[in-house]
Design a protein around this ligand. Structure first.
Ligand code: PGA
Length: 249
Protein backbone atom coordinates (compact mmCIF):
# COMPACT_ATOMS: atom_id res chain seq x y z
CA UNK A 1 0.00 0.00 0.00
CA UNK A 2 1.22 3.50 -0.83
CA UNK A 3 0.59 6.20 1.75
CA UNK A 4 -0.37 9.83 1.26
CA UNK A 5 0.40 12.18 4.12
CA UNK A 6 -0.56 15.87 4.07
CA UNK A 7 1.52 18.45 5.90
CA UNK A 8 -0.63 21.56 6.28
CA UNK A 9 2.16 23.43 8.11
CA UNK A 10 1.10 26.87 9.43
CA UNK A 11 -1.80 27.28 7.02
CA UNK A 12 -5.57 26.93 6.94
CA UNK A 13 -7.46 28.85 9.63
CA UNK A 14 -9.66 26.62 11.80
CA UNK A 15 -13.00 26.94 9.98
CA UNK A 16 -11.29 26.21 6.65
CA UNK A 17 -9.34 23.31 8.10
CA UNK A 18 -12.52 21.70 9.42
CA UNK A 19 -14.41 22.25 6.16
CA UNK A 20 -11.51 20.91 4.15
CA UNK A 21 -11.21 17.82 6.36
CA UNK A 22 -14.91 17.12 5.73
CA UNK A 23 -14.53 17.63 2.00
CA UNK A 24 -11.47 15.39 1.94
CA UNK A 25 -13.29 12.63 3.74
CA UNK A 26 -16.26 12.89 1.38
CA UNK A 27 -14.05 12.83 -1.70
CA UNK A 28 -11.86 9.90 -0.63
CA UNK A 29 -14.23 7.34 0.85
CA UNK A 30 -13.42 4.81 -1.86
CA UNK A 31 -9.71 5.69 -2.11
CA UNK A 32 -9.17 5.47 1.66
CA UNK A 33 -9.64 1.70 1.44
CA UNK A 34 -6.52 1.38 -0.70
CA UNK A 35 -4.20 4.01 0.69
CA UNK A 36 -3.40 5.43 4.11
CA UNK A 37 -4.27 9.12 4.41
CA UNK A 38 -2.95 11.17 7.32
CA UNK A 39 -3.29 14.93 7.76
CA UNK A 40 -0.65 16.66 9.88
CA UNK A 41 -2.26 19.72 11.38
CA UNK A 42 -1.18 22.42 13.81
CA UNK A 43 -1.64 21.59 17.50
CA UNK A 44 -4.74 23.73 17.92
CA UNK A 45 -6.46 21.83 15.10
CA UNK A 46 -5.79 18.28 16.24
CA UNK A 47 -8.92 18.06 18.34
CA UNK A 48 -11.46 19.64 15.95
CA UNK A 49 -10.07 17.91 12.85
CA UNK A 50 -9.96 14.56 14.68
CA UNK A 51 -13.59 15.07 15.70
CA UNK A 52 -14.56 15.52 12.05
CA UNK A 53 -12.57 12.46 10.98
CA UNK A 54 -13.63 10.20 13.82
CA UNK A 55 -14.83 6.81 12.59
CA UNK A 56 -13.37 7.43 9.14
CA UNK A 57 -10.28 5.90 7.55
CA UNK A 58 -8.51 9.27 7.62
CA UNK A 59 -6.08 9.85 10.46
CA UNK A 60 -4.59 12.91 12.11
CA UNK A 61 -1.00 13.70 13.03
CA UNK A 62 0.81 16.46 14.91
CA UNK A 63 3.57 18.43 13.18
CA UNK A 64 5.84 18.33 16.23
CA UNK A 65 5.78 17.55 19.95
CA UNK A 66 7.69 18.68 23.01
CA UNK A 67 10.69 16.84 24.37
CA UNK A 68 9.03 17.21 27.80
CA UNK A 69 6.11 15.25 29.14
CA UNK A 70 4.87 17.87 31.60
CA UNK A 71 5.98 20.65 33.88
CA UNK A 72 6.94 24.30 33.75
CA UNK A 73 7.61 24.53 30.00
CA UNK A 74 5.49 27.46 28.86
CA UNK A 75 4.20 27.16 25.34
CA UNK A 76 5.02 23.48 24.86
CA UNK A 77 2.61 20.78 23.70
CA UNK A 78 3.44 17.26 24.84
CA UNK A 79 3.16 14.11 22.78
CA UNK A 80 0.62 12.82 25.30
CA UNK A 81 -1.51 15.94 24.76
CA UNK A 82 -1.38 15.42 21.00
CA UNK A 83 -2.45 11.84 21.46
CA UNK A 84 -5.27 12.74 23.87
CA UNK A 85 -6.53 15.32 21.36
CA UNK A 86 -6.79 12.67 18.66
CA UNK A 87 -3.42 12.45 16.91
CA UNK A 88 -2.06 9.03 16.02
CA UNK A 89 1.11 10.26 14.28
CA UNK A 90 3.74 12.95 14.78
CA UNK A 91 6.27 14.46 12.38
CA UNK A 92 9.73 14.75 13.92
CA UNK A 93 12.70 16.63 12.55
CA UNK A 94 10.99 18.31 9.63
CA UNK A 95 13.59 20.43 7.86
CA UNK A 96 11.68 23.59 8.80
CA UNK A 97 12.02 22.64 12.49
CA UNK A 98 15.71 21.97 11.95
CA UNK A 99 16.24 25.22 10.07
CA UNK A 100 14.06 27.76 11.88
CA UNK A 101 14.08 26.25 15.37
CA UNK A 102 17.57 24.78 15.46
CA UNK A 103 16.43 21.21 16.14
CA UNK A 104 19.25 18.72 16.22
CA UNK A 105 19.66 15.05 16.97
CA UNK A 106 20.04 15.42 20.75
CA UNK A 107 16.68 17.16 20.98
CA UNK A 108 15.01 14.92 18.43
CA UNK A 109 16.08 11.82 20.32
CA UNK A 110 14.11 13.08 23.35
CA UNK A 111 11.10 13.96 21.22
CA UNK A 112 11.22 10.48 19.72
CA UNK A 113 11.18 8.95 23.22
CA UNK A 114 8.20 11.07 24.29
CA UNK A 115 6.32 10.27 21.08
CA UNK A 116 6.79 6.53 21.56
CA UNK A 117 5.81 6.69 25.24
CA UNK A 118 2.62 8.49 24.22
CA UNK A 119 1.82 5.82 21.64
CA UNK A 120 2.24 8.15 18.67
CA UNK A 121 3.68 6.78 15.45
CA UNK A 122 6.67 9.01 14.67
CA UNK A 123 7.44 10.01 11.11
CA UNK A 124 11.11 10.97 11.10
CA UNK A 125 11.94 13.52 8.41
CA UNK A 126 15.44 13.43 6.95
CA UNK A 127 17.13 15.12 4.04
CA UNK A 128 20.17 17.04 2.87
CA UNK A 129 20.60 20.65 1.80
CA UNK A 130 21.81 21.49 -1.68
CA UNK A 131 25.27 22.37 -0.36
CA UNK A 132 25.48 19.01 1.38
CA UNK A 133 24.45 17.22 -1.80
CA UNK A 134 27.03 19.12 -3.83
CA UNK A 135 29.68 18.22 -1.27
CA UNK A 136 28.83 14.52 -1.61
CA UNK A 137 27.52 14.32 1.96
CA UNK A 138 24.02 12.93 1.36
CA UNK A 139 24.63 9.55 2.99
CA UNK A 140 26.64 10.97 5.89
CA UNK A 141 23.92 13.49 6.71
CA UNK A 142 21.10 11.00 6.46
CA UNK A 143 22.91 8.35 8.45
CA UNK A 144 23.34 10.86 11.24
CA UNK A 145 19.69 11.90 11.11
CA UNK A 146 18.61 8.24 11.25
CA UNK A 147 20.79 7.64 14.31
CA UNK A 148 17.98 8.77 16.63
CA UNK A 149 15.86 5.73 15.80
CA UNK A 150 16.02 3.35 18.77
CA UNK A 151 18.22 0.44 17.74
CA UNK A 152 16.83 -2.36 19.87
CA UNK A 153 13.57 -2.50 18.02
CA UNK A 154 13.78 -5.70 16.03
CA UNK A 155 10.31 -6.73 15.02
CA UNK A 156 8.77 -4.12 17.27
CA UNK A 157 7.38 -1.83 14.63
CA UNK A 158 7.96 -0.41 11.20
CA UNK A 159 9.72 2.91 11.38
CA UNK A 160 8.35 5.57 9.10
CA UNK A 161 10.93 7.87 7.54
CA UNK A 162 10.19 10.71 5.15
CA UNK A 163 13.03 11.57 2.80
CA UNK A 164 12.64 15.25 2.04
CA UNK A 165 15.63 16.87 0.37
CA UNK A 166 15.66 20.41 1.78
CA UNK A 167 16.24 21.91 -1.66
CA UNK A 168 13.08 20.24 -2.98
CA UNK A 169 10.68 21.47 -0.29
CA UNK A 170 8.32 24.17 -1.51
CA UNK A 171 10.58 24.97 -4.45
CA UNK A 172 8.77 23.18 -7.26
CA UNK A 173 12.06 21.31 -7.88
CA UNK A 174 11.45 17.67 -6.94
CA UNK A 175 14.32 15.21 -6.68
CA UNK A 176 14.83 13.03 -9.75
CA UNK A 177 13.64 9.43 -9.78
CA UNK A 178 17.26 8.22 -9.59
CA UNK A 179 18.03 10.47 -6.64
CA UNK A 180 14.91 9.31 -4.79
CA UNK A 181 15.61 5.62 -5.42
CA UNK A 182 19.23 5.90 -4.33
CA UNK A 183 18.41 7.58 -1.02
CA UNK A 184 15.39 5.38 -0.29
CA UNK A 185 17.49 2.25 -0.79
CA UNK A 186 20.17 3.70 1.42
CA UNK A 187 17.64 4.41 4.20
CA UNK A 188 16.10 0.95 3.95
CA UNK A 189 19.45 -0.83 3.96
CA UNK A 190 20.75 1.24 6.79
CA UNK A 191 17.75 0.66 9.07
CA UNK A 192 17.65 -3.04 8.22
CA UNK A 193 21.33 -3.36 9.15
CA UNK A 194 21.03 -1.51 12.42
CA UNK A 195 17.69 -2.74 13.72
CA UNK A 196 16.56 -5.59 11.53
CA UNK A 197 13.50 -3.56 10.63
CA UNK A 198 12.03 -2.88 7.20
CA UNK A 199 11.02 0.77 7.34
CA UNK A 200 8.31 2.57 5.45
CA UNK A 201 9.99 5.33 3.44
CA UNK A 202 8.03 8.25 2.04
CA UNK A 203 9.26 10.90 -0.37
CA UNK A 204 8.48 14.58 0.19
CA UNK A 205 9.49 17.73 -1.66
CA UNK A 206 7.33 19.43 -4.30
CA UNK A 207 5.09 16.43 -4.88
CA UNK A 208 2.33 17.60 -7.22
CA UNK A 209 -0.41 16.24 -9.48
CA UNK A 210 2.13 16.52 -12.33
CA UNK A 211 4.88 14.34 -10.85
CA UNK A 212 2.79 12.06 -8.61
CA UNK A 213 2.53 9.20 -11.07
CA UNK A 214 6.27 8.91 -11.68
CA UNK A 215 7.17 9.25 -8.00
CA UNK A 216 4.53 6.91 -6.60
CA UNK A 217 5.42 4.29 -9.20
CA UNK A 218 8.92 3.88 -7.79
CA UNK A 219 9.28 0.58 -5.93
CA UNK A 220 11.27 2.08 -3.10
CA UNK A 221 8.66 4.79 -2.48
CA UNK A 222 6.10 3.64 0.08
CA UNK A 223 4.21 6.90 -0.11
CA UNK A 224 4.49 10.66 -0.23
CA UNK A 225 4.47 13.55 2.25
CA UNK A 226 2.82 16.49 0.55
CA UNK A 227 3.02 20.14 1.64
CA UNK A 228 1.82 22.85 -0.76
CA UNK A 229 -0.27 20.56 -2.94
CA UNK A 230 -2.08 19.15 0.11
CA UNK A 231 -3.75 22.46 0.92
CA UNK A 232 -6.43 22.21 -1.74
CA UNK A 233 -8.61 19.33 -2.73
CA UNK A 234 -8.07 19.92 -6.42
CA UNK A 235 -4.33 19.33 -6.14
CA UNK A 236 -4.36 16.79 -3.29
CA UNK A 237 -7.09 14.51 -4.59
CA UNK A 238 -5.24 13.42 -7.76
CA UNK A 239 -2.30 12.35 -5.58
CA UNK A 240 -4.58 10.33 -3.29
CA UNK A 241 -6.31 8.80 -6.30
CA UNK A 242 -3.02 7.68 -7.83
CA UNK A 243 -1.87 6.09 -4.56
CA UNK A 244 -5.22 4.30 -4.26
CA UNK A 245 -5.03 3.10 -7.86
CA UNK A 246 -1.65 1.51 -7.16
CA UNK A 247 -2.98 0.06 -3.91
CA UNK A 248 -5.72 -1.81 -5.69
CA UNK A 249 -3.27 -3.89 -7.70
P1 PGA B 1 6.14 20.69 -0.32
O1 PGA B 1 6.44 20.38 1.24
O2 PGA B 1 5.29 19.56 -0.83
O3 PGA B 1 5.41 22.01 -0.30
O4 PGA B 1 7.45 20.75 -1.00
C1 PGA B 1 6.68 19.08 1.70
C2 PGA B 1 6.98 19.10 3.17
O5 PGA B 1 7.60 20.05 3.65
O6 PGA B 1 6.62 18.16 3.90
Amino acid sequence: MKRVYANWKLNLPLPEAVEYAKALFNATQEEARYTEIVVFVSHSQIFPVSAVLQNTFLQVGAQDCSQFDKGAYTGEVSARMCSAAGAAFVLLGHSERRRFFGEKEDLLRLKMERALEAGLQPVLCVGETLEERKAGLVETIIQNQLSILPQNSIGARSWIVAYEPVWAIGTGMNASEEQIEAVHHFIKDRIAQVSGNTPIVLYGGSVSPENRTAILALDSVDGVLVGGASLQLETFLPIVQEAARLGKH
